[in-house]
Design a protein around this ligand. Sequence first.
Ligand code: SF4
Length: 488
Amino acid sequence: MTPSLRESCGIFGVYTPEEDVARISFYGLYALQHRGQESAGIATSDGRRLHLRTGMGLVSQVFAEEDLAYLPGRLAIGHTRYSTTGSSREANAQPVLVEGPNGTLALGHNGNIVNAAVLRADLEEQGVAFAAGADSEVIAQVLATAPGANWQDRFAHLMRRLEGAYSLVVLTPQALMVARDPMGNRPLSLGRLDSGWVVASETCAFDHLGATFIREVEPGEALHIDEGGVQSLKGFESRRDAFCIFEYIYFARPDSVIDGKLLYPVRMAMGAQLAREHPADADFVIGIPDSATAAAVGYSQESGIPFVEGLVKNRYVGRTFIEPDQRIREMGVHLKFNPLREVLEGRRLVVVDDSIVRGTTTPRVIAMLRRAGAREVHMRITAPPITHPCFFGIDMGTRWELIASQMSVPEVEHHVGADSLGHLSVDRLLKAVGLPREHFCLACFTGDYPMPVPLQMDKLALEPAMGARDRHEFEWPDVVRPSPVRKS
Ligand code: SF4
């Protein structure tokens, strides 16, 4: 459920000479909608110029049939956004377009750059002007101005300069390029179409498009894709792997494959480990739909306690964090779930959820279950206590907002109103995933960050002052200007 833990973005790219790349991108982004719901955008190339359409809202709100006709070409990139740097406004929607000595390029980014302010100041000193307030524009400008005779050199320069987490899709008039940071923090995979290639944050997008998964882009690797095929530009040696383990716990869809593993059974294994680590005497196991369903099934199978659906989700509401304001967010739980009184009344429940971040949603869920007649509520959480903030693209607030950084587990148990509370430990989480500790970033549980990070990070640090120009006031040479955003 995790409404206060927000993913940064979903990225997508396609090359095909035989199909409508805008339409393919639309459906690719549609499959990645869970990774960001604030804005969406698609950029295409017809071989000479780039065409762009971005807007606020869901993919289905931003694009209509006539928008796709406006986006011709054989190459495209797309993006769904949740803002982790920069505010939620149209000028920060991606892909971003920039013009530099290396030509015009569009870029979509998933992750967070920790040295964006320094890079931006350097570029501004060189006379580069910025249109918006996201680190993605900084990355695009570093690449557009990078020294080097070819893209291999320029990506090597980019990867030497960037510190932080990034999976990138980049579009020039001639090629689609992608890159993944040297620690491989955010996911990115390559797939094959009959007549071309696709890349996406998650493999579930390939399934919807009938594409075949080929492989993950390696940490520190960039790919150059055009009519000549896929060329690997090895950009940078990986210092250490630091894949975000929250992709396994919550962010990625359960039908996506990461590290060769389908996530649904991995989440079931987390539930089974949770049952071993924190058994409970109860009548039923329920999961918070949909994100904790697989783990609840795993808990049930391991414990022998029957799994039932105790909460029905209104599937058309979406994740509760779509609503930005606290009052509406509080209402969101009731908009989203309806408890089944006949199932819950008089019962002792194990309730499996994926995480507790600020501790604002869990008490409301427990209160709702009790109002529906639950006699006992034993919360079981597949994420270990979150004690440290994320600097790599997951907006979980500042450290003092994280309830586990301020309270012990028994104190949180009391605060949320549970009869008992148990978190999966880091060791058992790793056991469920089946990969070594060294493969992962676990920093929000341990404080052991894979690279030096600022003490605190302000997601609006790169925002221009109030009244600054909107991106649409800029002229883009060789670029078709975006038309006004549709309000829906
Ligand atoms: S700090 Fe946590 S959420 Fe952020 S990348 Fe690391 S594991 Fe993922």
